[in-house]
Design a protein around this ligand. Sequence first.
Ligand SMILES: [Fe+2]
Length: 542
Amino acid sequence: MDRIDDLLTRRALLARATGLAALAGLPVGCAVAPPGPPAPLGPSARLGPSTRLSAWPFTLGVASGDPLPDSVVLWTRLAPEPLHGGGMPPEPVAVEWQVAADDRMRTIVQRGMVTAMPELGHAVHVEVAGLEPGRWYWYRFVAAGAESPIGRTRTAPAAGAPLDRLRFAFASCQHYGQGYYAPYRHMARQELDLVMFLGDYIYETSARDEIVRPEPHTAPISLVQYRNKYGLYKSDPDLQAAHARFPWIVTWDDHEVANDYADDQSQDRDDAAWFLRRRAAAYQAYYEHMPLRRRALPDGARLQLYRRLGFGDLVAFSVVDDRQFRSHQACPPIERAGGNLVPDCAERHDPRRSMLGAEQERWLIDGLDRSSARWNVIAQQLLMAQIKHKSAGTAEFWSDAWDGYPAARERLLRFLAARRPANPIVIGGDIHSYWVTDLKRDFDDPASPTVATEFVGTSISSRGIAYERTRATLRDNPHVKFFDSRKRGYVRCEVTPAHWLSDLIAVDNVTQRDAPSSTLASFVVESGRPGAIEIAPSSHGV
Ligand SMILES: [Fe+2]
């Protein structure tokens, strides 16, 4: 098709979509595509208003996520001016999406129209259905005559089908001001089936010292301010490349709203009603910028994020939400809520206190109990193992992590010990350091059985926690097999029926976009034997 034909067809598409969307009452910013051949599109389409944009609208790139055997979510957001509210006119805009079987978009297998609505910041979420299991697809969007970059995505294998290998990376904590996304630059060159992101996609606060990249915004409170924060973070080319290359499965931690919040309580003990309005703004901005299904469309300050995704008979991911439903942190000092190093107070052990909320905790345990997958992954935000900090001979615990909720952790570990779902693996982030731990039935008894294996990834760019001070605690925590907070990076995993391999990938520094990387350490878990075993670092792909 030559340029003029192309332009005319696109104008007609836009016009048709605007008209059809209005007639069909399409949900805002969402589309569920029926399976079947590509819909016929052409200049005979119904005419309607066209939209002119101030600049190219795909500044935030494209993404895909939550793969199922027949379906995947495609995402973009129209934002010609991403740091200033988006820069779109306050009207619905028709967007065409295309899915192809090849990387040059020559063989289109599905296409359709969706309406990007101003109420959702002109974000677009397309749930493409009717795809084939376990294969790569390519996709792009067209809006107002402009084409997006081409993204690549992959469906999950058929439910329960034999799968001999899954390769994925998990990452967390990408403070923009504290560093370049050199780990993503490395990750985008890997052969992976998917990426798991475990929280702190944005930080509400800007870097105050050792600033690597200046940030123009102060702490967001309103929806527009949160959108601008995502606009800044998602403008990064290395982050965009990692999104465009793999489907992502995301969950959040605290900084997507505010540091160390717990349900309706902020660390500053803001008025709860006010804080929930802030949380609602943050949750909407989160939905708008993530490749999430429509069931995650927020309802005020509530967002359904926890979910389960399976990959053949090999891996089931239970993706949990540690923030929205948790009890307030235990035994806070008078000055400040949020996370603190606290003594072993009685409130900490109160069995009524919950990390996940009763409903999600039941969902997690029931799902693990019913799972027939070879490896059962709990994808969550935090370090789960007990870490005892000795201060003048007295034990202290970090109240924002699972150590602040030992009764909830005990319920989960007791279940794993009693019901023995196959090969439980816990992955986490939050703490800006690598940890490999044995999750023990009783952390205070080194002889007690290991019931699950834990891998925590370091931050993509956020500054690490104190190395020497933390390392000094390890003698009181013999279930920790590895700790390092000095490097930024991510964890690459390769899973087969017999083995789980985790490579701890580190970049030299994040003051440099193209910093070199290496494998800091590699660990293997054998199927049927919880507990990681260190092996020689893999040099594969580094
Ligand atoms: Fe973080």
